[in-house]
Design a protein around this ligand. Sequence first.
Ligand code: ZN
Length: 267
Amino acid sequence: MKYIEPHGHMVSRTTDDYEKMALAGCVAICEPAFWAGFDRASAQGFYDYFRQITENEPKRAARFGIQHYSWLCINPKEAEDLKLADDVMALIPEFINRPNVLGIGEIGLNKNSRNELTILEKHIQLAADYDQLILVHTPHLEDKLKGTRLILDALKNHPEIKPERVIIDHVEEHTIDLVLDQGFWAGMTLYPQSKCSPQRAIDMLEQRRAERLWMNSACDWGVSDPLAVPRTMLEMRKRGWSETGIQRVVFENPVAFMGQSPKFLLA
Ligand SMILES: [Zn+2]
């Protein structure tokens, strides 16, 4: 069965991982710009990173018949340095029209600091100015609920940003209703050791009838599993989900959200 990995940091993965994902049925991977596991020294480092996720990763993915899309921003962790953040955001217009770029992301908050909020606001304005979709990272720390509230408030300060064009990722049981009840999309991130397990994700899918929800593996530089989505599909079968129900979550929902960008065209 085919599926989409809607949030994968493939710059951290080997070519073997691309092959394994293709064998498991992956047809498209979407890569938000994020922290690379270390703080970059200058905006030039981001220039090359943006080239990597708009030029190089699409070629690596294509070798396995996978389409690759990306999102652009400076992540909240490195956005603590306001000068660096402004310099990186100034690069985005040069890349925003590249054929695999779907929008601005993953923006959001890490420690809910004042500087992070300032840069979050600027990214939202950038998305509004260029009429882009938004992908949001919510904090993994104990402040997830507070951070999610701050992010939703910042988004609602921009009436020109429609909630159905924004996905709030890494939701958990205590934030999912807040996000979905206000019309936004929500993503659940499946991590092997922490955060959301397949069982918890399926519970949330069942409670919310899988509406405006997707699942991803993040598959970043840390402990993570690029096959977390197909593993959860197996678990869904064990729990009695129909093939059409599974396909809706792992394929049709990501297509419905990302298809709002005219560039998201599955071959
Ligand atoms: Zn991420």
